[in-house]
Design a protein. Structure first.
Length: 196
């Protein structure tokens, strides 16, 4: 079985290489840089699919899958469990960000039964058997770990570095020592259509 892991950032790739078993091929590449040729039984994305370009996303994914192979994605927002702490953080980040939520790339409302990317997979001619599952998780972490988590969130990553650091400083000041988190994971599975 061939396992290939991709990561576009050099520092993150170096960290990945410290933790993968021997035999796992690691490649510095964005999703768009991965050249079809080899096919896999499974292709998955972990909280990163929204970074990919919409044009050709599903045809490219299908090209990496064997007919009948499975695409899987998982991710979801990590939210503060205490409404008072959440409001304090919202106020602290307000000068920099209205929200740190990742909006649905296809405009699917948050209360819709099927969430993105399941909505796009359902419309794609490349995939069938689209499924969505929710795994409920509750976590407690230190304030420092929470801010470290924020440093991986898209909304903060696209801020200019000085604004990002100022936002983190303001958020750190309003956090208690430990914070409770709602960290549910939404999983999407879809099967690559078999070729006739």
């Amino acid at each position: 079985m061939t396992v290939t892991a991709t990561e576009p950032d050099g520092a993150m790739l170096a960290e990945l290489r410290k933790h993968v078993p021997a035999g796992v091929r690691t490649v510095q590449a964005t999703f768009e840089d991965v050249r079809p040729g080899e096919t896999y039984e499974l292709v998955y994305a972990a909280a990163a699919l929204h970074w990919t370009k919409p044009e050709g996303r599903w045809s490219r994914t299908a090209a990496l899958l064997e007919p009948g192979g499975v695409f899987a994605s998982f991710g979801g927002p990590v939210r503060l469990a205490d409404p008072a702490v959440e409001e304090a953080v919202r106020t602290a980040r307000a000068p920099f960000l209205e929200s740190d939520e990742i909006r649905s790339p296809d405009g699917t409302p948050a209360d819709h039964a099927m969430q993105w990317p399941g909505t796009e997979l359902q419309r794609s001619a490349w995939f069938t058997d689209v499924q969505q599952s929710l795994i409920e998780r509750r976590l407690t972490m230190s304030a420092r770990d929470y801010v470290n988590h924020l440093s991986t969130v898209s909304a903060y990553l696209i801020l200019p570095a000085p604004e990002r650091e100022l936002a983190f400083s303001r958020i750190t000041r309003v956090l208690p020592e430990r914070v409770g988190m709602v960290a549910d994971i939404t999983v999407h599975l879809a099967r690559r259509c078999r070729e006739d």
